[in-house]
Design a protein around this ligand. Structure first.
Ligand SMILES: NC(=O)c1ccc[n+]([C@@H]2O[C@H](COP(=O)([O-])OP(=O)(O)OC[C@H]3O[C@@H](n4cnc5c(N)ncnc54)[C@H](OP(=O)(O)O)[C@@H]3O)[C@@H](O)[C@H]2O)c1
Length: 256
């Protein structure tokens, strides 16, 4: 039974919605984010629902602090489920100006390395217990490079490959790994997106679908299925055709 859960990026958006869904008596929630006020507010709601909370006001890209915090949490409350959800998105500007090296580096540091900083410190203990579950919130943008968000796509494709690799490696040790690839859901992140956001759903619905998939220990959780399929197909058709189709979408990501 899942009792002790860590969620990164729990101060806002999907992470906060997941924290609210999991919060109930008997559950200990380790909630990580940088914004103190927002994380405190989410934790207060979780406690009101009966959960115990342990807060980490941490930047997930800080490997040393993450290691210390994750291992201390795991020692006090052996982790049943860890959800690497913290993420940022940047992108090319409306006129096609590249996002720049700093933005690419930051996304890989927070999204991809942040996930590794979350998971790696507790993997050995989970393996020793032969129990646990890991969820990685990637994106359908990890299926195929998109011209308006190269750094984001790279970070999410990296997370997806990392999660798939871990799943194969950890299953013999009783650890389930779920790679979650969502399409658009409504949060502050999507408020940055300029252009059409097909099949966008509420963050509450995204959290419910994610939790249902995690409860079932599904290997891959892709939603909406149609958009996931479209992006996977875009990767299978000839590159020139995929490029042509994707270039014609008017889409860019406004700076936050
Ligand atoms: N929204 C979408 O349509 C969509 C689609 C596909 C995938 N996703 C992915 O879903 C995840 C959640 O996105 P969201 O839409 O809920 O975004 P959001 O509303 O912007 O929330 C992002 C969360 O990540 C945390 N975070 C960001 N940088 C961090 C850092 N360096 N260290 C620790 N925490 C950090 C933020 O907390 P602090 O600011 O307090 O640190 C916040 O809690 C992300 O990985 C995103 O890439 C989103």
């Amino acid at each position: 039974m899942v009792m002790n859960i860590v969620i990164t990026g729990a101060s806002n958006g999907l992470g906060a919605a997941l924290a609210r869904l999991y919060a109930r008596p008997g559950i200990t929630l380790g909630l990580i984010g940088r914004d103190h006020a927002r994380l405190d507010a989410v934790a207060a709601e979780a406690r009101a629902a009966g959960a115990l909370t342990v807060l980490g006001y941490i930047d997930v890209s800080d490997a040393a602090t993450m290691k210390t915090w994750m291992q201390a949490f795991d020692l006090a409350a052996p982790i049943d489920l860890v959800i690497a959800n913290a993420g940022i998105s940047r992108g090319t500007s409306a006129d096609g100006t590249p996002e720049g090296l700093d933005a690419v580096t930051e996304q890989i540091r927070v999204n991809l390395l942040g996930a590794a900083n979350t998971i790696e410190p507790v993997m050995a203990a989970m393996r020793a217990r032969r129990h646990g579950q890991i969820g990685l919130i990637t994106s359908i943008a990890g299926f195929r490079g998109l011209p308006y968000s190269p750094g984001y796509c790279a970070s999410k494709a990296g997370m997806r490959a990392y999660g798939e690799a871990l799943r194969a490696a950890l299953r013999p040790f009783g650890i389930a790994v779920s790679v979650v690839s969502p399409g658009f859901f409504e949060t502050e992140m999507t408020n940055q997106f300029r252009g059409s956001k097909p099949f966008m759903i509420s963050v509450g619905r995204a959290a419910s679908i994610t939790k249902r998939g995690l409860d079932a220990r599904r290997s891959r959780i892709v939603y909406p299925q149609l958009l996931g399929l479209a992006l996977r197909l875009a990767d299978l058709i000839p590159a020139w055709l995929g490029d042509l189709i994707l270039r014609n979408f008017r889409f860019h990501i406004a700076p936050r």
